[in-house]
Design a protein around this ligand. Structure first.
Ligand code: NOJ
Ligand code: CA
Length: 709
C-alpha cells in the first residue's frame, strides 16, 4: 500500500529563477521564486486560473537576550542553495473518520535558502495536492540561528479579486462568532457588527479574520485558507489589505507580545490553500489530515466513537444550575465545607437525576452520559482571574461518584467526565494526574474539558504558543491513561486528531449552546463544514427537538433557528465520532418516532459521498456505516430552504434498499412551524432519484437500509 517515489533530488547549488511543482492530476500548480530583493515568494494556480498571486514569505524577529545576536528579519537577500522534488502516495486507515481509508498523494518541492550576509538557513517545503497546497517553513540546525523569537510571521496570501468570504473576526481568545458573508472589500465596514454580539477585547484588527476562511471567486472557484499541525507555535489569524486583497499572517501573541519562541531545528505549522471549482471537493478533501503526522499512539484499541446524552441542556437553558448552593458568593476550595451549606434546589448533577439519565441512555442504546456540575467550585467559577477554582476530584455532596458509576456500568453505560478549567491552565496541569487517576479508578474513559474565561497565567491567550502546548499536553497525558478528550474553547483543530486520535472532539466554534443564549444564524450549519470542520470534528451538540426554550425554562424566550428535521440531518452533515443527543429525555419522549433516527445513526463511517454543497446555502451528504451496509443522508439548508434531486447511484447496483425519510412537512418553517415533520418509507435502489425539499432553515435525514435479497 505504501509507495514513496523520489523523482529528483538535490540539484546543484545554483540560484533558480523559478521552480514549479504541480499536483498529481496537474490541476494545481505551485511556483516558487525569489523577488529582485531575494525575498522568497510563491503563487498557486488551479486549471490555469490564479488562486494565490505572487505572495511573499518570511519573518520579522525580536531580539532575544542573551542568545540571539542577529535579529535582522528573515525577509530578503536569500539565495536558493538547493531544491528537491519528490512524490508521495499512500493510503492510511484512520482510527475513526468519514471513511475507512484515506489517500495521501502529493508532489513535493523543498527549497533550501541561505540569507546572504547572515548565512542563516531557512527551507520552505511545499506539498501540492489535487485539492490545494500546504507549505511550511523549516529551520535546519545551524550555528547562525538557534534560539529565536518571532515578532511576526510574514506569510502573504494574495487573492486575485474581491472574493465572497464566509468569515468571523480575528481573535486571540474566542472562536464562538456567528459567520458573516460578504465581499472582502466589505469586511472592514462589517467588523463592528461582526464583533458586537460576542464582544472580545482581543478582536484585534478592522480587517482581521480567522481561519479556516472560506471564499468563492466571481468565476466559481472555492478557496479555503487554514493551517495544519499547529504544534508548539501560536495560532495564525489573517489580516487583510483590503485595497489589494492580500492577506497576511497575524500570529497570536503571548503575555509579553512575542509570537513564538523557536529553537532550530524546528518548523512552522503548514499553511494551507485548498481550491476547487466544485464546493463538494472542499468537503471531500483530506489535505489537512494528510499534512499531519501518522498516529503516534501504538495501541488505539481503547479509542471508541461515542454517542452520548448529558445533564447539560437544562443548565445551558437556565432551567437548573451547575452550582450546589447559593450560600457562597465566593469560594476557597481549601476551606469551604459544602456539607454545611444549604443546597440551592436547582443543582442538576444529583444522584436521582443522573440515574434517570443513565436509565434513558441504557434504554435507547447510548454509550455515555455526560454530567456537568458534579464537582465542587461552580459557585464562583469564572470572570475573576482566579487561579484555583476546581480540583477536578471532589464531588458535590449529592453526587455519589462510586455508586453512580457502578449503576451506569451495570446497565452497559459509562459516565463522561467533565473538567471545566475556567481558563486556568496552570491549575489544570497541577491537578491533571490526580484527575485522570480518579477517572481510571471509577471507569470513565472520556472527558469533556473546557476553557471558559480569560486564560491564566494572566495575559496569556487561548491561542498563544504556551496555551497551544497546554492543550496537547492534556491530550498526550490523557492517552497515557487511555482517556479520550473533547475540549471546548480550546484552539480550533488543525488535523492533529490524525496523530492523536484520542482527541475525539472539540467545540472551538459557535455551537448549539448559543441557540439558548440568543441564537445562531440560520445558515450557520451550511458553513461550519467548510470552515471549522476542516481541521477536525466538532462537538456541535445537535438534536434539540423542543425548539422553543420557554418549554424548558419559562424565563428563556429564545427559539432555536432550525426545524426539527434539520436537527436529525446534522448527525450526518456535521461529521464527528462523538455525537451528543443534546435535548432533555422528556423532550425526546414527545417525539419518539423522530428520535429513532438519532438512535440509529452511526458515528463512524466507511465512506462519505458529498452530494450537494454550496457554502451558506445547503449541504447534502451520504455516508455508509462503518459496520453495516446501511447508508445515511443528511441535508441542511439556509433561510431560503433547498430543493434536492438526489441520485442514489452510490448504492450497490442491483440491490434493494428501504429508505426511511425524515423530512420537513409541507408547511414547515424554522420560525413559524419548526416541529412539523413527516416520516415516510419507500423502496429504493441505485437507479432511484429522490426529490426532496428542505424548508426555510430546514433539512432532511434519511436512513437507507439494505434489504436481504
Ligand atoms: C462552555 C461549553 O461550551 C459548555 O458546553 C459547557 O457546558 C460550559 N462551558 C461549562 O463548562
Ligand atoms: Ca463554548
Amino acid at each position: 500500500m505504501r509507495r514513496i517515489i523520489l523523482l529528483m533530488s538535490l540539484m546543484a547549488a545554483s540560484v533558480a529563477v523559478a521552480q514549479q511543482q504541480s499536483s498529481p492530476n496537474g490541476n494545481v500548480v505551485l511556483t516558487f521564486s525569489l523577488t529582485a530583493e531575494g525575498t522568497p515568494a510563491y503563487k498557486v494556480t488551479y486549471k490555469n486560473k490564479p488562486v494565490v498571486k505572487e505572495s511573499t514569505l518570511g519573518f520579522s524577529l525580536k531580539k532575544a537576550e542573551p542568545t540571539t545576536t542577529v535579529n535582522e528579519p528573515l525577509t530578503k537577500n536569500f539565495r536558493v542553495i538547493g531544491e528537491q522534488k519528490s512524490t508521495f502516495k499512500e493510503t492510511w486507515r484512520p482510527v475513526w473518520g468519514e471513511e475507512s481509508e484515506i489517500l495521501n498523494h502529493y508532489n513535493e518541492l523543498l527549497v533550501s535558502l541561505r540569507q546572504e550576509g547572515t548565512n542563516r538557513l531557512m527551507n520552505i517545503r511545499f506539498r501540492v495536492y489535487d485539492e490545494g497546497v500546504g507549505f511550511r517553513y523549516e529551520f535546519p540546525s545551524q550555528k547562525e540561528l538557534t534560539y529565536f523569537v518571532v515578532e511576526e510571521e510574514l506569510t502573504q496570501f494574495a487573492m486575485a479579486g474581491d472574493h465572497t468570504a464566509w468569515w468571523i473576526p480575528g481573535d486571540y481568545d474566542t472562536q464562538e462568532y456567528d459567520y458573516m458573508e460578504s465581499k472582502l472589500s466589505e469586511i472592514r465596514g462589517l467588523m463592528k457588527e461582526a464583533v458586537t454580539e460576542n464582544v472580545s477585547q482581543y478582536a484585534f484588527s478592522p480587517t482581521g479574520v480567522q481561519t479556516s476562511l472560506m471564499m468563492k471567486t466571481a468565476d466559481g472557484l472555492y478557496i479555503n485558507l487554514h493551517e495544519a499541525a499547529l504544534i508548539d507555535y501560536s495560532l495564525m489569524n489573517l489580516d487583510l489589505d483590503d485595497k489589494n486583497f492580500v492577506f497576511q499572517s497575524h500570529l497570536t501573541p503571548d503575555a509579553q507580545g512575542a509570537k513564538g519562541y523557536l529553537m532550530a531545528p524546528c518548523h512552522s505549522p503548514w499553511r494551507t490553500v485548498m481550491v476547487s471549482d466544485d464546493a463538494r471537493q472542499i468537503l471531500a478533501s483530506r489535505l489537512i489530515l494528510n499534512l499531519n503526522d501518522p498516529c503516534a499512539i501504538a495501541d488505539t484499541s481503547w479509542i471508541k466513537p461515542v454517542k452520548y446524552i448529558g445533564v447539560w441542556w437544562e443548565m445551558i437553558t437556565g432551567k437548573s444550575s451547575w452550582s450546589y448552593t447559593n450560600d457562597l458568593p465566593t469560594i476557597d476550595l481549601n476551606t469551604v465545607d459544602y456539607s454545611k451549606t444549604k443546597p440551592n434546589g436547582t443543582h442538576a448533577a444529583n444522584n436521582e437525576k443522573v440515574r434517570r439519565y443513565i436509565d434513558f441512555a441504557a434504554q435507547h442504546g447510548f454509550d455515555q452520559v455526560l454530567v456537568e456540575g458534579w464537582n465542587t467550585g461552580w459557585e464562583d467559577w469564572f470572570g475573576h482571574k482566579k487561579d484555583y477554582v476546581f480540583d477536578f476530584v471532589t464531588p458535590y455532596p449529592d453526587f455519589d461518584i462510586k455508586a453512580l458509576n457502578e449503576y451506569a456500568h451495570s446497565k452497559g453505560v459509562k459516565l463522561m467526565m467533565h473538567h471545566e478549567t475556567s481558563g486556568s491552565t496552570r491549575n489544570y496541569e497541577r491537578h491533571l494526574t490526580a484527575a485522570y487517576e480518579l477517572m481510571n479508578k471509577y471507569g470513565y474513559n472520556s472527558v469533556k474539558s473546557g476553557y471558559v474565561g480569560d486564560i491564566l497565567p494572566v495575559g496569556e491567550h487561548h491561542y498563544s504558543q504556551s496555551t497551544i502546548n497546554h492543550y496537547l499536553y492534556a491530550i498526550k497525558e490523557a492517552a497515557k491513561h487511555k482517556i479520550m478528550v473533547n475540549a471546548h474553547e480550546a484552539v480550533r483543530p488543525t488535523g492533529i486528531c490524525r496523530t492523536y486520535p484520542n482527541m475525539i472532539g472539540n467545540e472551538s466554534a459557535r455551537g448549539t449552546e448559543y441557540e439558548a443564549f440568543g441564537g445562531n444564524k440560520v445558515f450557520h450549519t451550511t458553513i461550519l463544514p467548510f470552515t471549522r470542520l476542516q481541521g477536525g470534528p466538532m462537538d456541535y451538540t445537535p438534536g434539540i427537538f423542543e425548539t422553543e426554550m420557554k418549554y424548558v425554562n419559562p424565563n428563556n424566550n429564545n427559539q432555536i433557528r432550525t426545524t426539527l428535521a434539520r436537527q436529525l440531518a446534522l448527525y450526518v452533515t456535521m461529521y464527528s465520532p462523538l455525537q451528543m443527543a443534546a435535548d432533555l429525555p422528556e423532550n425526546y419522549e414527545k417525539f419518539m418516532d423522530a428520535f429513532q433516527f438519532i438512535k440509529d445513526v452511526p458515528v463512524d463511517w466507511q465512506k462519505s459521498v458529498y452530494l450537494e454543497a454550496e457554502p451558506g446555502r445547503y449541504i447534502t451528504i451520504a455516508r455508509k456505516d462503518k459496520h453495516s451496509e446501511d447508508w445515511y443522508v443528511g441535508c441542511t439548508a439556509h433561510e431560503g430552504g433547498h430543493n434536492s434531486v438526489l441520485s442514489l447511484d452510490f448504492l450497490d447496483k442491483g440491490k434493494q434498499y428501504e429508505a426511511t425519510i425524515y423530512a420537513d412537512a409541507k408547511n414547515a418553517d424554522w420560525k413559524k412551524n419548526p416541529k412539523a415533520y413527516t416520516i415516510t418509507k419507500q423502496k429504493v435502489n441505485a437507479k432511484t432519484k429522490l426529490k426532496l425539499k428542505a424548508a426555510n432553515g430546514g433539512g432532511y435525514a434519511i436512513k437507507i437500509r439494505k434489504l436481504a435479497n
